[in-house]
Design a protein around this ligand. Structure first.
Ligand code: SF4
Ligand code: SF4
Length: 381
C-alpha cells in the first residue's frame, strides 16, 4: 500500500519514449503495477466516447494506452482495451471508433481490442441510487480493470475524468435511459459513483491522460489544451480531486466529487490529499471551464432555495444556428424527445428538456453549446 493518494508526473508530448518513461515514473511512487500477476487478464477501460482523432483530445491517447499495454505484458498479463461509446454497441460501430481513435496500434503493442459486445446485469445492494444497471460484459472476463481516462470539461458534470469515465461501461444504446432515470445532476453523479463503487474491487488503478486535455465546449467539441501531466491513483475520486486542481475547479463545481465527498470517499480539500509530484507547478490558471455549482445541487435543506438555485444557476443547451448543419443527430439522441426540427434547425422544448447535455456531447459540429447564467458564471469564478 502506497503512502500516496495520487501521483502526478510532467509529460509534454505523446512521443513513445517520453510517455513510456513518464508512466514508469508515475508508477514508481505509488506501486502502480505491483498487483499484476503472471497470466492475469487486464481490461483497460479507455475513454472512446466517439469517433475522434487522437489530436482532437476527446479520447484517451493511443500512445499512452500502448505504452501501458507493454508494461502490463512485461509483467505477464494479457490486455484487452474497451469502451462503449455513445451509439450502437456492435462490431461495425466499434471498429470505426477504434480506427478513427488510432486504437489499431493496440494490436501491434500486444493487446486486444474488445470484440465481446454482450451485456451483463449488475445488482448492487450498497448503491445509493443505482441498485440495478446493465454494463458491458467484457469486464466480467478480466481479473482487473485499469480506468484510463482523458481530462476534459463536461457540460453536465463540469469535468470528465476517472469517475465519469466509468459511465462508459453502460452500453451506448442504453445510456440515454440513464440520463432520463437520473435527470438531476446530483443524482446522475450519485449513479456514476455507484458504478465506480461496484467496480472498485476490480479497479486496481486509475490513470488520467492530461498531457493534452480539453477545455471549453467539452467533452467532445471543446478545444485541445496542453496541460502536460499524467496522474494516477487507486481511487477515481482522489484522482479527480487532484485533477480538478490542475484545471482550476473546486469540489463544489463537480457533482461527482460532491457525491464522492457525501460518501466520505475524498477529503474535504485537495490540500488534504497526499500527492507525490509537484502539482502546483502544473496548474493551469486560465483553463476555460464550464462549471456547475454542485454544492447548491446537493443542498437539500431548503426546497424553495433548491428551486430558485435551479432557475438562476442551471446551465442549458442552446444551438448556434449558423454552425448547425441540420444533421438531426441531436434530435435522434435526445432521451426526452425535447427536440424538433424547425426550418432544418433544432428547437428545444424547455419543459421537456432534462439538461442531460447529450445533444451538446454528440453534436458532430459543435453547434450545440452550454449556456450558463450570468449568476452561475459569477458564483463559479
Ligand atoms: S446535431 Fe448539431 S449540427 Fe446536427 S442538427 Fe443538432 S445542432 Fe445541428
Ligand atoms: S435537449 Fe439536449 S439536454 Fe435537453 S433532454 Fe434533449 S439531449 Fe438532453
Amino acid at each position: 500500500m502506497s503512502e500516496f493518494d495520487v501521483s502526478i508526473v510532467p509529460c509534454f508530448s505523446y512521443d513513445e519514449d517520453e510517455v513510456s518513461s513518464a508512466l514508469k515514473n508515475l508508477f514508481d511512487s505509488i506501486g502502480g503495477l505491483d498487483w499484476v500477476e503472471q497470466g492475469m487478464r487486464v481490461a483497460i477501460k479507455a475513454n472512446l466516447v466517439t469517433f475522434a482523432k487522437p489530436e482532437e483530445a476527446v479520447t484517451t491517447h493511443p500512445a499512452l494506452i500502448c505504452a501501458l499495454i507493454k508494461l502490463l505484458r512485461e509483467r505477464g498479463a494479457s490486455v484487452v482495451v474497451g469502451d462503449s461509446p455513445g451509439g450502437l454497441y456492435n462490431a461495425a460501430f466499434l471498429n470505426k471508433v477504434y480506427s478513427v481513435c488510432g486504437l489499431t496500434a493496440v494490436e501491434a503493442a500486444g493487446g486486444e481490442l474488445n470484440r465481446d459486445f454482450g451485456q451483463s446485469e449488475a445488482r448492487f445492494e450498497d448503491a445509493k441510487v443505482a441498485r440495478d444497471f446493465l454494463y458491458t460484459s467484457y469486464l466480467d472476463n478480466c481479473d482487473a480493470i485499469v480506468n484510463f481516462c482523458k481530462l476534459k470539461t463536461h457540460g453536465m458534470m463540469g469535468m470528465s475524468a476517472a469517475a465519469k469515465n466509468m459511465f462508459g461501461v453502460i452500453p451506448g444504446t442504453i445510456k440515454p435511459e440513464y440520463h432520463f432515470r437520473f435527470p438531476n445532476p446530483a443524482d446522475f453523479a450519485r449513479m456514476i459513483v455507484d458504478i465506480d463503487e461496484y467496480f472498485a474491487p476490480k479497479m486496481k488503478l486509475c490513470i488520467a491522460d492530461a498531457i493534452v486535455g480539453m477545455e471549453g465546449n467539452g467533452p467532445t467539441q471543446g478545444t485541445p489544451r496542453k496541460i502536460g501531466a499524467i496522474l494516477a491513483s487507486t481511487s477515481p475520486h482522489k484522482l479527480d480531486l487532484a485533477a480538478s486542481k490542475l484545471i482550476g475547479l473546486s469540489t463544489d463545481e463537480i457533482p461527482t466529487l460532491g457525491a464522492a465527498r457525501e460518501r466520505g470517499l475524498i477529503p474535504d480539500s485537495v490540500d488534504d490529499l497526499n500527492i507525490c509530484g509537484d502539482i502546483d507547478s502544473l496548474v493551469i490558471n486560465d483553463y476555460k471551464n464550464i462549471a456547475v455549482k454542485s454544492s447548491l445541487l446537493f443542498d437539500s435543506k431548503s426546497k424553495l432555495f433548491g428551486k430558485v438555485a435551479k432557475r438562476v444557476l442551471e446551465a442549458k443547451p442552446y444551438v448556434v444556428k449558423k454552425e448547425c448543419k441540420g444533421c438531426k443527430k441531436c434530435k435522434e439522441i435526445c432521451p426526452a424527445q425535447a427536440i424538433t426540427m424547425v426550418d432544418g434547425k433544432p428547437m428545444i422544448d424547455r419543459k421537456k428538456c432534462i439538461k442531460c447535455f447529450c445533444c451538446q456531447e454528440f453534436c458532430p459540429f459543435g453547434a450545440m453549446k452550454v449556456h450558463r447564467t450570468l449568476l452561475a458564471k459569477i458564483l463559479t469564478k
